[in-house]
Each structure stands twice: as structure tokens, then as C-alpha cells.
Design a protein around this ligand. Structure first.
Ligand code: HEM
Length: 418
């Protein structure tokens, strides 16, 4: 078994040059230390075959942590409700009942909500496009992240979770405050996040009670109905936990998916005919966006090795916590030939962008549909967009939720479009 090189990979991943472009470092990792023990103590698994195997064998050779494991890892949760709700959400995975609730939610999201929300995405996207058209035609720069991907994603989530018009702003601010609190180090930010998490929980308890009284055709009603059919309900913690997980894992990643799509439009003008073809061609473009520049660098749900596991000549010891490096696996040349080339015509079936196995992304169908709709609409309306400066990458990268995203993505019309 080979020794660790002593390279502090997490520190290097957080450095500005890796936030811009993590791929040289990830390639080094995959080729030299495919099972790497980080300074933080958990392991990074970066070859496609190994990551795929580990994700597929979760629940057997690897398990997700229970509430006690998580509490040991995040001691601040004992005194901070904002962290506690996130822990409860993740720990709910190992609770009885979670699996059936999750299965129902995946089905509902994929079959019913995608069609329902698709129409709202089109309408809202058209409004956002109108809102920036004049400025783009006048040669001004527009921040795609702040003006399109973020507000659009928020509207989709608000609709999914039944947050009504007047409440949308307050709930969105509070949810973001809680998410920020999870990355926070100072007591002040944690306290603000605690207060926000209490407001959000009380809001959603109200929504749950409302759907019990007056069912609607929405995800919340479906969740409440599935919950009440299958489970006892002394409290609604399982639903609330699931909502937190959905929101925490889905919101930033969806917005980042749209941003990645826009980045691909800016960087690969020779491939834009894929967005002018049929639905399948748009879907192939989206799939390559998700593979080429993975939104999720590292799997957010930690896994613990239930026994010693050998990955080739490398060992993941029993009891070790592991995160799979999706962004490295998605550029593994043994599965994706010439992996650093953006090529929507490639076979993307083995991609790990949305995970694999029992914890496969619940929002995958929704996100793919949202990206296809938005990217084709924007390209259709503004066929000649270019970068109006460097994207500003978020400071927090890859450690808590595993997402690599931007805070700003400036675009403008190319000279041909003005
Ligand atoms: C581009 C956007 C997205 C990407 C790249 C993405 C990716 C992923 C990945 C890789 C996982 C597996 C995590 C692991 O194995 O540790 C996952 C899980 C999950 N995702 Fe997504 N996701 C996205 C959007 C969404 C959306 C929009 C939702 C909700 C509406 C969502 C809900 C979830 C949930 C609930 C899980 C956990 C599944 C479980 O507990 O069984 N995701 N996602």
C-alpha cells in the first residue's frame, strides 16, 4: 500500500487557482493518490471504477453515518438548531421510513412535478430574459448568476415546496441564512442561522398542517400523504428533515448547473448547434455540461467503510469516512476518452454527475429538464453571448456540501449580436 505524498489536497482545492480550474489537481490526485487521506481525516476516492463501486455498494461495504456519528463530527450541532436540522436531515437517511418516502418523492418529482414546473420555468425564464434584453442589446454586461440562475432556481423551489407569493422573499432569505450558517465559523453567524432555521421550520410546519387540511396538487401534499400512509406521525421531523436535505442539496446545485450551462455556451461556441436541435440533442448538451464541469466536486453524503476495502493496490480501512470525487471520476480517461474535451456526442451513460446507487439524486430529472429549457431559450433569444469578465467563484468549496459554484457570472452580447 502506498504512502500519502503529504500534499494538502483540501487546502489546494480551496486555493483561487483550483476554484477557477480544479482539473489539473484532480488529475494528479486520480493518477497518484486515488484513495487519498485528507488532513481532515476523511478519504477522497477519485478513480471512476472505485467511486462507482463505492456508491453502488453503499448500504453494504460502505454505510452512511447515523445521528451519533454525525453529532461527533459536528459538536456545535448540540447547541445550534441550524446545524441540528441539517444533521437530522442527513441522519433521517438511516431512519426507517425514509427510504419509502424518498422513493415516492423521486417518482413524484420525476413524473409529475417536472411537467408541472416546466411550464413555470418557461414563463419565468421568458420574464427574466425580457428584463435583461435591453441592457444586453445596449452592450451592457449582465450577471447571469444573480439575474437568472439564482432567482429562477428560487422560484422553482418555492413552487415545489408550496411557498406562497408573499412569503417567498422571507423564506428564501432564511434558508440561505441557514445554509450560510453551516459554513460559518463565528458565533454571531451561527446565532442568526439558528433564528432563521426556527422561522423556516415553523413556516413549513404550517404548510404541512395546511396540506393535511386542504390537499393540493403539489409535492408537499404528496409528501404528507405518503408520510401519513406509511408511518406513525408523532412529529413531522422526517418530512422536515427531507425538506432541509432537498433544499440544502438542491438549491445551490441547481443554480450552479444553470451557471455551468451558460459557461459552456460562452466557452464552446462551436458546439451550440446542439442547443438548436431537438430535445434529445439539448439533453446531450446538458449531460456533457454536467460531466465536463461537475457541479458537485465531492459527494456530499459521507460514507463509512464497514470493512477494509481494497481499491486496486490502495486500501480504505474499516471505519474510515470517504467522499467520492465526482469531478475527478467524470474525467477519468479509462471511461471517457479524451476527457478534457467538451463533446456532447460522447457516451455519457457512465457519468457520476448525479451520483449512483441508493442515494442517486432525487432532483436529477428536474434539473436536466430545467437546464434544457433555460439554455435553449437563452441561446434562441441571444445566439451570440460572450464573457464580460471572469466568473467570481464562491469561497466555500468542496468541503461541506461538495458544490463548486460562482457568485457572479458576467455576460454580454458579442459584436455580431448588437
Ligand atoms: C445540477 C444540479 C444537481 C446536481 C449536480 C446534483 C447532484 C447530486 C449528487 C451527486 C447526489 C448524490 C450524493 C451522494 O451520493 O453523496 C445527489 C443527491 C441528492 N440530490 Fe441532487 N443534484 C442536483 C440538484 C438537485 C435538486 C434540484 C434536488 C431537489 C429538488 C436534489 C435533491 C437531492 C437529494 C434529496 C439527494 C439525496 C438523495 C438521498 O438522500 O437519497 N438535487 N444530488
Amino acid at each position: 500500500m502506498s504512502e500519502s505524498s503529504g500534499v494538502n489536497v483540501l487546502e489546494r482545492l480551496a486555493a483561487p487557482e483550483s476554484r477557477r480550474n480544479p482539473y489539473p489537481l484532480l488529475r494528479w490526485l486520480r493518477e497518484n493518490e486515488p484513495v487519498h487521506r485528507t488532513e481532515a481525516g476523511f478519504f477522497l476516492v477519485s478513480r471512476h471504477a472505485d467511486a462507482h463501486w463505492a456508491l453502488g455498494n453503499t448500504g453494504d461495504a460502505l454505510v452512511v453515518p447515523d445521528r451519533e456519528d454525525l453529532a461527533r463530527q459536528f459538536p456545535a450541532a448540540a447547541s445550534h438548531p441550524a446545524m441540528e436540522v441539517a444533521l437530522d436531515g442527513f441522519a433521517a437517511k438511516s431512519k426507517p421510513g425514509y427510504t419509502s418516502l424518498r422513493r415516492m418523492m423521486s417518482r413524484d418529482l420525476a413524473r409529475t412535478r417536472v411537467a408541472q414546473v416546466g411550464e413555470s420555468i418557461r414563463l419565468r425564464c421568458a420574464q427574466l430574459i425580457d428584463g435583461m434584453a435591453e441592457r444586453l442589446h445596449d452592450g451592457e454586461a449582465v450577471d447571469f448568476h444573480q439575474e437568472v440562475s439564482r432567482p429562477l432556481t428560487f422560484e422553482v423551489f418555492a413552487e415545489l415546496f408550496g411557498v406562497d407569493g408573499d412569503e417567498r422573499h422571507g423564506v428564501s432569505r432564511d434558508v440561505l441564512e441557514v445554509a450560510g450558517g453551516l459554513e460559518a465559523v463565528d458565533e454571531e453567524a451561527l446565532k442568526a442561522a439558528d433564528a432563521a432555521s426556527e422561522r423556516v421550520e415553523s413556516y413549513f410546519r404550517g404548510v404541512i398542517a395546511d396540506r393535511r387540511r386542504s390537499p393540493r396538487d403539489d409535492l408537499m401534499t404528496a409528501l404528507v400523504a405518503a408520510h401519513d400512509t406509511d408511518l406513525e406521525r408523532p412529529d413531522d421531523k422526517l418530512i422536515l428533515g427531507l425538506l432541509w436535505v432537498l433544499w440544502m442539496t438542491g438549491f445551490d446545485s441547481s443554480a450552479a448547473g444553470l451557471d455551468r450551462g451558460m459557461q459552456a455556451i460562452l466557452d464552446h461556441p462551436d458546439q451550440l448547434h446542439w442547443l438548436r436541435g431537438d430535445d434529445q440533442q439539448a439533453a446531450a448538451f446538458v449531460e456533457e455540461v454536467l460531466r465536463y464541469d461537475s457541479v458537485i466536486l465531492l459527494t456530499p453524503i459521507p460514507r463509512i467503510a464497514a470493512r477494509d476495502i481494497e481499491f486496486g493496490d490502495r486500501m480504505l480501512p474499516a471505519g474510515a469516512m470517504a467522499r467520492m470525487v465526482i469531478a475527478a471520476a467524470n474525467r477519468d480517461p479509462s471511461v471517457f476518452p479524451d476527457p478534457d474535451r467538451f463533446d456532447p456526442s460522447r457516451d455519457n451513460r457512465p457519468t457520476l454527475s448525479m451520483g449512483y446507487g441508493p442515494y442517486y439524486c432525487n432532483g436529477a430529472a428536474l434539473v436536466r429538464a430545467e437546464m434544457s429549457i433555460v439554455l435553449t431559450m437563452i441561446h434562441d433569444r441571444f445566439p451570440d453571448l460572450v464573457a464580460a469578465g471572469e466568473p467570481v467563484w464562491t469561497e466555500a468549496i468542496g468541503t461541506a456540501n461538495g458544490i463548486r459554484g460562482v457568485d457572479h457570472l458576467p455576460i454580454r452580447m458579442g459584436t455580431a449580436g448588437q
